[in-house]
Structure formats: C-alpha cells, structure tokens
Design a protein around this ligand. Sequence first.
Ligand code: PLP
Length: 382
Amino acid sequence: MKRATIAIAGGNPEHLAPGTPVVSPLVQSVNFIQEAGTGEGLLYARTGGTESLKLLESRIAMLEGAEDAAILGSGMSAISCTMLTLLRPGDHIVSSAWIYGGAHKLFTEELRALNIDVTFVVPTEPENWSAAVKPNTRLLFIESPINPTSRVLDVAPIVEVAKKNGLVTVIDATFAGPINYRPIEAGIDVVIHSATKSLNGHHDVLAGVVCGTKDFVLEIKKKLGNWGFSADPFACWLLERGLKTLDVRVKRQNENAMKLAEWCLTRPEFSTVFYPGLPTHPDHEIAERTLEGFGGMLFLTMNGGGKAATKFTKRLRLAMNAASLGGVDTLVSEPRFMSHGYLTQEEREEMGIPDGSIRVSIGLEDIDDIISDFSQALTNLV
Ligand code: PLP
C-alpha cells in the first residue's frame, strides 16, 4: 500500500463483513465490562488495548515504516515518555540546541532535576555530536526540520556517531510528518511526532506518537500507563479522521508553501526567507536528498525587527496569529512570544531566531488569497 492509502485504510482487516461501519465508531468509554474473577484482558483507556486504538497505532506505524507505534496525550507526552523510558538518574543525553522551545525547557528544567545531564550542541556538524558523547551518554536527540527556522539536518552522520557509541537516536520529525520524511529509513531508532500538528491537521486535537521497534514501543506503553500520558478516546477518534486526508493536505501545503516562499523572496521587507524548497535555503541540498516534500513551514525575518513583525502579524486578515502548526488554516506566530518564548533573546539569536522572526504554517487556502493577505499587510508597513 502507498502512504495515501495507508492513511485511510492501513491496518483494516482484509475482509470487512457486511454491516461493518465505514467510519470507525467512537467508543467514548474509558472502561469495559470485565470477566468476573480474572484480570486477563483488562481494558481501560489509560492502559490501552482497545480495538480502535490498536488500529490507529498500526496505521501510524505503517505510515512511518516502523514496527509499532504508541499514541499519547500530546507531543510533549511523547517526548517525556520516551525520555522516561530510555533514561535513569545519572544518565546523559546529547541534544541538538536547535529544537522546539518546549522540548528545550523539558530537558533543561525537568531532566536536569532528575539528575539526567544534558549537553546541547549545534547540530549541523557531526563532530559536535561525537565530542559531546560521555561514558554515561544514552541517547542523541534530534529535531528536523527544525522549529521554527525550517533548517534541515542530514541525520546520516549523526546516526553513525550513535552506532559507533551504542546510543539510541530519537528524532522529533513533527515539521515534516511521514508523507514528507521517513527517518527510520535513514537509520533513526525512535520517531516522535506532535500529532496535534499535521497528522491530525485541523487544530482540534492534542496528541502525540512514538514509533520504533515492537519491544521499545511495548516499554513506552507500560510507561505511558504508569505515568498517565494516555490519549483520550475522542482525541484518537478525531485523529483517525484527520489522518485520512494527510496525504492530500500535506501535498497541498507543500505546493502552497513553495509559492508563498517564492513570493516572499521578491519582497524587500524580509531579510530572511527560509523554505527548504528554495535553492537559497542553507540546507536545500540536504532537503532535496532526504525529504520527499519540502513541507508547509516557512521562516521569515523582517527588516524592521520585532516592531515590524508584530505590526505585520496584526494586520493580517486571513492568516491568524496563533500557536501550533500543520493544520488546514494558515497561521503565523512570532517565536519570541510563543514556541521559543521561554528562552532569552540571546539564546534565541544563537539558534538563528532574532527578534523580527515570523513562523508561517501554511494551510489549504487558495494561495493567491494568502499572498494578497500578506501583500496588504506589508503595504506601508513602516
Ligand atoms: N515538537 C514540535 C516540533 C512542536 O512544534 C511541538 C509543539 O508546538 C511539540 C513537539 C509539542 O507538541 P504538543 O503541543 O502536541 O505537546
């Protein structure tokens, strides 16, 4: 099956009997009648095992090219649960310094409080990764494409460092999703997504996924039950529905984003226009070699700095100034207030996010309307 088909029908039984509902029924029950006198086959929403959850997990695993997948209550649950499964006090991780602000905060504030040491490295140079490895290092954490700059990493040399040192590689591939990028094929061990983003795609579900080997996902499932990272049945039902249109949504976003990026390049108000599909993007060659689509995320920096960026986002009429990404509606945000608001201005600058930066998540609107909206918002801006 191709991925467009998997997103709709992956994991379905081969023969669907007459009377089977075409749409999976929503079973909004957290518990199920149990055979008296036994704990066998206990079904409870926090500890998993319901048929609809199993179907969705296998569908996502197929999309990702992984042996198995687990669904959790949010993208941050997916990252936290992975860390709590793989790490113990006294361990050390090497993480890319260029990651989503929420993950940065988790590592800095929570992992360190658990006596888990973190070294952040500039991710583009493989020797930075190998130089940071210590005897107690357990894993390498990567995000690619990177939030919010849309920089793209070549993970192959990082995977090599991990293999040489017996480490696990974990990637947050939320920005691309499995239509545009399949990190497991590049040798990555664990793939994480905030399913809140393009997997669901409608800005109405909070969920996360972890994909990997059967044994690893089994450990994740034990931990997510213990720590209570589980997803709600209704969220899973909406995610199954959203997933069905993943392929068409992502392909439309790829097209829309390319057109908007090309238009932004012609505008003097932007000092930076980063989109992996543009030949001017610093990682264009890596993106061409490793991605199947360039995605729906753009990174812009305005010549007028933070003031101009705020004025521009305020003036937009169609694109909305809101957190999150990957949905049907076009969103803009200033990372200094949202995804990377917890970092200092200096720390953001080191990540390539000066004040005046704007992250754009392209939706499915007619791109001419988005371009008109951007154009009217830029008119007489300063
Ligand atoms: N990873 C990335 C790259 C993100 O952009 C986000 C949220 O913006 C997350 C993880 C966290 O996901 P969630 O909001 O579903 O917890």
